[in-house]
Design a protein around this ligand. Structure first.
Ligand SMILES: [Ca+2]
Ligand SMILES: [Ca+2]
Ligand SMILES: [Ca+2]
Ligand SMILES: [Ca+2]
Length: 108
């Protein structure tokens, strides 16, 4: 017998299947970058959304699903209670980070 499955080789008739699939079939993207790891390349992903809350991250040309006001924390409501265009959670994260890092401390 031959032609065992799961032998690590593509089946005959599918010459392309030894390679990883192109994550943007119609766009040239040799780096195959996929920042949010959803299998759709950054170059053609309509929503590059690294924290998975449904709001897109900044600066991806193909991403048209809005702008996440807190790209590192899932905040589907995009709440911004103080109206500074930074999400409430982002403001919190930033203030905690400032407190913990001590970078703002002045030495005399
Ligand atoms: Ca491509
Ligand atoms: Ca993607
Ligand atoms: Ca997001
Ligand atoms: Ca978010």
């Amino acid at each position: 017998m031959y032609g065992q499955r799961r032998d690590g080789y593509g089946d005959s008739g599918y010459p392309g299947n030894t390679c990883r699939p192109d994550n943007c079939l119609f766009i040239v993207n040799p780096d195959q970058a996929d920042a949010d790891h959803d299998g759709i390349g950054d170059a053609c992903d309509p929503c590059t959304d690294k924290d998975g809350d449904g709001a897109g991250d900044c600066c991806y040309a193909a991403s048209i699903c809005g702008f996440d006001n807190c790209p590192t924390v899932p905040n589907p409501d995009q709440k911004d209670s103080d109206g500074d265009f930074l999400g409430t959670l982002a403001t919190l994260v930033r203030s905690i980070g400032t407190t913990n890092s001590g970078s703002g401390r002045r030495m005399r």
